[in-house]
Design a binder for this molecule. Structure first.
Ligand code: PFF
Length: 455
């Protein structure tokens, strides 16, 4: 069956543009901020091993499925399930995606706001401390303050709004074409610098030598969540991007390259952070503060540190923006294409909800840090949004998408899309179907049960 092509829909201009844009969504704070702190909290090598397994066995197949469904239907997640005449409640996967995208946008904007503060401080020379303790107290004073993090969160959400309200494709493609290669170059330079620090080898051992006794249900659940978060999977973002692919885009190859580059960035971030952590004599278990304490300390020791710091935080800010633009598209496409709202109204509504979530998340480190639900349990909005979206909603969405692609979508249509109507050979087709039909749903379900303590 031929793909239904809607000629009015924007398409990416070049092959590099496709890769740069999908990598632009995938690469962001998830790789550079979240991966090191999750790896630090979950035993280093044990976490990395589980993470890579999740990317290869679950991430790449689900990414192929999202791309294929998106390109085949040329539609957002709701329209896609409708176009494929999915009966029943399949559009609920779209609602899961919207909920996840709003939650992620809320806490992600806070961290992107921290990036803006560090960019600003680098420019005005406010990060000239001599030791890691000074960076530690600088971060905790800043992040627990009641107005500065909120100010940056709001500013970041406004930047995001200005871009998404205009409709996005051309801008992101151009920006990602430059930003992603530049980020790579910087990361490689920092990596070489970290590897030359005293005791760097302890950091390498921590990251690359898995201690199997550390593989607990929590580590596996976190690795699964990190894999989906990092690949922007399970909420329809990559489906929307797949809908902008041209008819001759090689889906399996694009998915594999995107996942490989994304994983490479995460590993590079680990190679920068952990040698430095051990060199400074710190513990890797620092939570969300890890990268914001370690990276500026590294820059402070490098010749020309201020320039490196400005360049890095600027690129990280752009990388965060290309990720939030892609996640905003999930709810904006729903409101504008399904609910027929104007793009401006849809973007404004998305902004309003994210502002509430963003302020609650920003205050989770300061004013709301001791919030308690009627004395029953503590509420930390930042952690709640992060945990619920990454570790529950995204894998759940991914599981449903793989079940859909493996069991409901006509096999001939899937094959036709993946092989571009038979023009290219996809040798891994049967393996991919096996993953989508059995492996991904079963593994994700087992990991959920494991996480709930049912095993
Ligand atoms: N993959 C992004 C990162 O690693 O920073 C985060 C993300 C973007 C998650 C877009 C979900 C999404 F839809």
């Amino acid at each position: 069956m031929a793909d239904s092509i809607n000629n009015n829909r924007a398409q990416f201009a070049t092959r590099l543009g496709i890769i740069a844009t999908t990598v632009g969504s995938a690469v962001g704070l998830g790789n550079i901020w979240r991966f090191p702190y999750e790896a630090g909290n979950n035993g280093g090598g044990a976490f990395l091993l589980c993470y890579i397994l999740c990317i290869v066995i679950l991430g790449i197949p689900v990414l192929c499925a999202e791309f294929a469904i998106g390109r085949s239907t040329q539609s957002n997640i709701f329209g896609a399930f409708r176009a494929l005449k999915a009966s029943g409640k399949w559009h609920w996967v779209g609602y899961i995606g919207i909920l996840a995208s709003i939650m992620i946008l809320s806490f992600y904007s806070v961290v992107a706001g921290w990036t803006m503060e560090y960019l600003y401080q680098s420019i005005v020379g406010g990060l000239n401390f001599k030791n890691i303790d000074a960076f530690h107290s600088h971060f905790s004073t800043f992040s627990t303050s009641n107005w500065r993090p909120i100010m940056w969160t709001v500013l970041f959400l406004l930047c995001n709004y200005i871009i998404v309200v205009r409709g996005v494709k051309k801008g992101i493609e151009k920006m990602s074409n430059i930003m992603i290669p530049a980020l790579f170059v910087l990361l490689i330079i920092f990596c070489i610098n970290s590897l030359m620090m005293p005791n760097a080898s302890e950091g390498l051992t921590f990251l690359f030598t898995p201690d199997f006794s550390k593989i607990t249900p929590k580590v596996v659940v976190s690795a699964l969540g990190q894999a989906f978060f990092s690949l922007s999977l399970g909420l329809g973002t990559m489906m929307t991007y797949g809908s902008y692919f041209s008819k001759d885009t090689h889906i399996v190859r694009s998915a594999t390259i995107t996942a490989s580059l994304d994983t490479l960035v995460a590993i590079l971030a680990g190679l920068i952070i952990f040698p430095a952590v051990f060199s400074f004599g710190m513990s890797p278990v620092q939570g969300p503060a890890l990268v914001f304490e370690v990276l500026p300390s590294i820059f402070a020791q490098m010749p020309g540190g201020q320039i490196w710091s400005i360049l890095f935080f600027f690129l990280l800010f752009l990388a965060s923006l290309s990720s939030t633009i892609s996640m905003s598209e999930v709810s904006i496409a729903f409101l504008s294409e399904e609910k027929k709202m104007s793009r401006t109204k849809a973007s404004t509504l998305n902004l309003a909800v994210a502002l509430v979530g963003g302020v609650l998340s920003a205050l989770s480190f300061g004013y709301l840090s001791n919030l308690n639900f009627f004395g029953l349990f503590d509420i930390n909005f930042f952690n709640f949004f992060d945990f619920t979206s990454s570790n529950i909603l995204l894998p759940l969405g991914g599981m449903l998408i793989s079940i859909f692609a493996g069991w409901i979508l006509e096999r001939s249509r899937l094959k036709d899309t993946l092989t571009n109507g038979g023009k290219i050979g996809v040798r891994t087709f049967s393996l991919l179907v096996l993953c989508l039909k059995y492996l991904a749903p079963i593994c994700i379900m087992l990991i959920f049960l494991l996480g709930l303590g049912i095993f």
